[in-house]
Design a protein around this ligand. Structure first.
Ligand code: ZN
Length: 684
């Protein structure tokens, strides 16, 4: 039998891969990786970059490419058989990589290499890759001995368990609330939500509408229900989930304290002053003080706008909604009404102007103009007939042929068996392989979930219509794709998005989003599906105004969450005074502090059960970087090729080969500033 997962063809054989290929492929690839590890740590292999890379990186990359194809199919072409095969084999992959990441012999080899005589002669890219490898070993406790090592492992295990319990209890507390509303109480709520909650009630053998704290129910009720008492009831339930105000078995108070204590202890074991400091070691931000300084500066600048937003909202609620004492449970309701009164436009109307072919063509032209590239259709085996494949080329000069830069798959439409959302994923990275084969060019997946085309006009298929949000999503993922595909780094571990700091990785993606708010760019993406007319300028202006609606209040809310996260992980006494610390941050930042019973931190899964601990600031951080980068284009012309070339060279091509701050400075000629973000969001 020929197993497509063992194929050494240029690209994955997506059409041929079946669930029954997975286990036999791993039966070959995992032992090969194991053997490579044993050989790499043996005395037979010197502490030499090429020697280690040839022995270890080649089989590891082969394994990761095969598993990458399986993982991808599991996300975009799921079936019960595939899911079962995936889940059965996932543990084998995790087990191997956990062991690899903690192998002390391999760490010793890398250390010997880093401090050995050949280190100085390594290229900067290789030095960076090696530094990352050594750093990651240190952060996973490789330097610890004896009791400290055992304690570190115990903390990891207990931390994972507490994080899981935290998220389980949030889930249980969320699911624990049900309220049956009658038709009168549902006044104002959109018809589809009324229908869906009515059906849920009927399924439970009850009358009326089954209301829960799930976002698709909770949010529209808060935004649209005219019944104030109903809004208050849901708000109270939502804001106190998993807290001391609910069942003791779902109270996260103790878990938060223990998690914060454990994290502080972990940081101390690794010689760091706090968990916040530890979390920042592999990130772009340099210190907790830098992050809190950044957040406080932004808060100060956003504050007047937040005060204005709140004053407007209060005045509108008093005058038009009969709510002279605006409460937390009135705010989403009043905001929706005010937004509607001011900027009403129909998403349906906007959609008619964004046909998929026009949007794609416009996106490709923008990228080609900015970065001096060509994007052309290409041919590859795919997993669904709607999937396309493209190649990006650098035009040849004179008689020279075009040069292949990278290739990408585009899987645009939602369908059953495909995971929701949108993402960029790596098929393979750019790499000058140690086996002497020609340079490996990068390949990426761009996956979206747009509505498929429906219907025909004059015997021809109607194109798919995208919402403006869809267009933004496409540009966002394309930005990630460019970051991965345009790299000129030949070292796999720091090529493209590999090795890029976690809080800088959204720079190119959010950068690309800006074009969707730029008239000169956006107008090129539009042609009415029936008339071919471009988007009217007046409609565009309303879209921009709606985008900036209440950004002052939203910004302060994000800063409040970020400061709470940072201070909880930076201050030694925080585990014992979580609520007091939250109150302090609110007093400092919020223009409209929530009610005293609000316990949002008890369901703040991002930082207690997700990967965002001492990292929540990165949302705002990356927005500042991307807005400031885009401002360089605004200053010198949105399609200025000279600025485009510089962005390509200093940010996109450099990838993870140097610190993101160095790349930013090389592009902008200075450190990032927050002015552009404030201006883009109407706060200047
Ligand atoms: Zn992203």
């Amino acid at each position: 039998m020929t197993n497509p997962l063992l194929s050494t063809a240029d690209l994955p054989e997506f059409a041929a891969i079946r669930p029954e290929h997975i286990a036999p492929a791993l039966d070959v690839l995992l032992p090969a990786a194991e053997a490579a590890l044993e050989q790499a740590v043996s005395a037979a292999v010197p502490a030499d970059y090429d020697a280690l890379s040839a022995v270890l990186d080649v089989p590891l990359e082969r394994l990761s490419r095969a598993w990458g194809a399986v993982n991808h199919l599991n996300a975009v072409a799921n079936s019960p058989e595939l899911r079962e095969a995936y889940n059965t084999n996932l543990g084998r992959m995790t087990e191997f990589h956990t062991r690899l990441g903690a192998d002390e012999r391999l760490y010793a080899k890398y250390k010997a290499l880093a401090s050995g005589p050949t280190a100085a002669a390594l290229s900067p890219d290789r030095r960076q890759a090696l530094a990352h490898a050594v750093r990651d070993f240190v952060l996973s406790g490789a330097e610890l001995q004896g009791d400290a090592k055992a304690r570190f492992a115990a903390i990891q295990e207990r931390g994972a368990e507490l994080g899981q319990r935290f998220s389980d209890q949030v889930l249980d507390a969320t699911d624990g609330f049900v309220f049956y509303a009658n038709a009168e109480q549902m006044a104002g709520v959109p018809a589809d939500v009324c229908l869906q909650t009515h059906e849920a009630a009927a399924a439970a053998g009850r009358e009326g509408h089954r209301l829960t704290l799930q976002i698709p129910v909770y949010l529209p009720v808060l935004q649209y229900a005219t019944d104030r008492a109903l809004r208050e009831q849901l708000y109270r339930a939502y804001a106190t989930r998993a807290s001391e105000f609910g069942p003791a078995a779902q109270d996260n108070s103790g878990l938060m304290t223990e998690l914060l204590q454990l994290r502080a202890e972990e940081a101390a074991l690794l010689g760091q002053p706090s968990y916040a400091a530890l979390s920042l070691v592999p990130k772009m931000a340099e210190s907790p003080a830098q992050v809190t300084g950044f957040l406080r500066d932004l808060a100060q600048r956003a504050r007047p706008f937040a005060e204005r937003d709140l004053a407007e909202l209060k005045a509108f609620a008093a005058e038009h909604l009969g709510l002279p004492d605006l409460q937390a449970w009135d705010q989403p309701f009043a905001a929706e009404r005010l937004k509607e009164a001011r900027y009403a436009f129909s998403e349906q109307e906007v959609k008619q102007y964004f046909t998929e072919p026009k949007v794609l063509d416009g996106l490709f032209r923008i990228v080609e103009t900015l970065f001096e590239l060509r994007i052309r259709p290409d041919v590859a085996e795919v997993w669904h007939p709607s999937v396309r494949f493209y190649r990006i080329e650098r035009p040849g000069t004179g008689d020279a042929p075009p040069q292949l830069v990278g290739q990408f798959y585009l899987d645009p439409y939602a369908r059953s068996g495909k995971r929701a959302g949108a993402w960029m994923d790596v098929v393979r990275g750019r790499w000058q392989r140690p086996d002497g084969t020609p340079l490996q060019t990068p390949v990426a997946h761009l996956v979206c979930n747009f509505a498929s085309p429906v219907g025909q006009v004059d015997g021809k298929d109607r194109p798919a219509l995208l919402t403006h949000d869809d267009v933004i999503t496409l540009f966002h993922e394309f930005g990630h794709g460019l970051h991965h595909l345009l790299t000129q780094v030949d070292e796999l571990a720091v090529a493209g998005i590999s090795g890029v700091e976690w809080d800088a990785v959204e720079l190119p993606s959010q950068f690309m989003e800006n074009f969707c708010w730029e008239w000169e760019a956006l107008s090129r993406l539009t042609a009415h599906v029936d008339t071919g007319e471009p988007l009217p300028r007046a409609l565009f202006d309303r879209m921009v105004a709606a985008r900036n609606f209440q950004t002052g209040l939203q910004t302060l809310r994000q800063i409040e969450l970020s400061l709470v996260d940072m201070r909880l992980h930076a201050e030694a006494d925080a585990p014992g005074r979580v609520q007091a610390l939250v109150d302090e941050v609110r007093a400092e930042v919020a223009v409209n502090p929530p009610p005293a019973f609000n316990r949002f931190q008890h369901s703040f899964s991002h930082i207690f059960a997700g990967g965002y601990s001492a990292g929540y600031y990165s949302y705002k951080w990356a927005e500042v970087l991307s807005a400031d980068a885009f401002a360089a284009f605004e200053e010198q012309g949105v399609f200025n090729p000279e600025v485009g070339q510089r962005f390509r060279r200093e940010i996109l091509e450099a990838g993870g080969s140097r610190p993101a701050m160095d790349s930013f400075r090389a592009f902008r000629g200075r450190e990032p500033r927050i002015d552009a973000l404030l201006r883009h969001q109407g706060m200047a």
